[in-house]
Design a protein around this ligand. Structure first.
Ligand code: AHR
Length: 308
């Protein structure tokens, strides 16, 4: 079963394909399967359009992203794609890009800076994702559930907003409680390590009804931790996460995970179109939303076959 709420990506125009752009792309790193797909998709879209994409991998460090943006400005690129690792600390470098008349498109994550400092944000609504996960879990458990939470990277908009959305829904259910919550840095290894510590602290699965992981990779690491501890993931502990990477569909098809919410990795097209629109003096929405549906095990094998 698939529950869709909105996909509002703009359609690629013919004139967009004809233009010639040089674009800098400061990517966070490669912490998850989703991130790798996003990088590949944006590079492929640039190649398809014949653009010159200057790619920089920040290895999870904001200082590397700031250096990359400054280098793109010095090279006089036509636009910059920035996937900000954390929410705060961007004002200065965004002002520098603005002074140089170079539009910055935020990709996937948001910043706390004034929206006038960037052209647009092409991203999912992370609060909606967290709220959807919580609503689904509330329905599954009749509003009674002790939850352990694996948070994404500290300070990232993805972690902050997914938690806010999830918490806002469970606050309506007095018997839904987060009993443990810690960051697993959006990585499989982090998810496994933190889940091991949750299981140790709780003396196994008996007091845990569900795991909410801010991404699939952490859920997959946690599933491994459960199996190593003799716990049946999805049966002893419900597993709900976000991203919809191929491996989570395999886990659902194998009966080891219960639900995932899709995060669209194909953000390059709308981001490049926004830069072109701004070059033509056209107005661009401040937030181009890209939310995806919630998937359940009944379609997992077919989805895995399509995506692996
Ligand atoms: O910002 C989006 C998150 O970052 C994805 O959910 C996660 O997998 C990633 O690395």
């Amino acid at each position: 079963m698939v529950t869709t709420f909105s996909v509002l990506l703009p359609v690629l125009s013919a004139s967009a394909l004809a233009a010639d752009l040089t674009v800098g792309f400061s990517q966070i790193g490669s912490e998850s399967g989703w991130r790798t797909s996003e990088t590949e998709s944006i590079k492929a879209e640039a190649e398809r359009r014949g653009y010159d994409l200057k790619f920089s991998d920040a290895q999870q460090k904001q200082e590397n992203q700031i250096k990359a943006v400054r280098s793109f400005i010095a090279q006089g690129v036509d636009g910059i794609l920035l996937a900000p690792v954390v929410e705060t600390g961007w004002d200065q470098v965004l002002k520098e890009a603005q002074r140089a008349n170079i539009p910055v498109v935020l990709i996937d994550r948001g910043v706390a800076a004034d929206p006038s400092l960037y052209l647009t944000k092409v991203a999912s609504d992370f609060k909606e994702e967290g709220a959807l996960a919580a609503s689904w879990l509330a329905a599954q458990t009749n509003g009674r559930c002790n939850i352990v939470e694996l948070q994404g990277s500290v300070g990232s908009s993805a972690a902050i907003d997914r938690k806010t959305g999830f918490d806002s829904v469970i606050s309506n259910f007095p018997n839904m409680t987060i009993i443990r919550s810690q960051s697993g840095n959006f990585t499989r290894a982090g998810g496994k390590e933190v889940m091991e510590s949750f299981l140790k602290a709780e003396g196994g699965a008996k007091n845990i009804c569900a795991l909410f992981a801010h991404n699939d990779d952490m859920a997959l690491g946690a599933i491994l931790a459960m199996k190593e501890a003799g716990i049946k993931p999805s049966k002893d502990i419900i597993v709900v996460s976000i991203d919809a990477v191929p491996d989570i569909f395999k886990a659902m098809a194998d009966g080891e995970a219960n639900a995932t919410i899709e995060l669209n990795p194909h953000l390059g097209g709308p981001a490049f179109d926004a830069i072109l629109a701004s070059q033509k003096g056209e107005s661009v929405d401040k937030w181009i939303k890209a939310n995806g549906p919630l998937y359940l095990p009944d379609t997992a094998a077919a989805e895995y076959a399509k995506r692996k």
